[in-house]
Design a protein around this ligand. Structure first.
Ligand code: FES
Length: 104
């Protein structure tokens, strides 16, 4: 799947993660400064939506068990999460945010 327009840039506010559905993939979007990052919304530990977690700078804390992930790389940073989550390329054009979820 190529880049798909998912949201207005102004609707992605720092500290307030947003869920976007791209094809069949649930994507969590995060704003850090002028950048937007996209990762798999599903926590790699169990069934939880990372867009419902608390963002602390470049770290998202899972709302279920408190696992933490680096928003920029998808790497797990804190127990009980140890597997990474997928990251997706983001492109910003004007006021539009585009995400490429790959083959979904
Ligand atoms: S479901 Fe996310 S840390 Fe357990």
């Amino acid at each position: 799947m190529p880049f798909v327009r998912v949201i207005n840039l102004n609707d992605v506010v720092e500290g307030r993660p947003v869920l976007a559905v791209v094809g069949e993939t649930d994507v969590a979007l995060f704003r850090i400064g002028n950048d937007v990052f996209a990762i798999d919304d599903l926590c790699s530990h169990a069934q939880a939506s990372l867009s419902e977690g608390e963002q602390h700078g470049h770290v998202i804390e899972c709302p279920r068990h408190g696992g933490r992930f680096d928003i920029r790389t998808g790497k797990a940073k804190h127990f009980p999460a140890f597997s990474p989550v997928r990251t997706f390329p983001v492109k910003i054009e004007g006021d539009s945010v585009f995400v490429d979820v790959g083959d979904d």
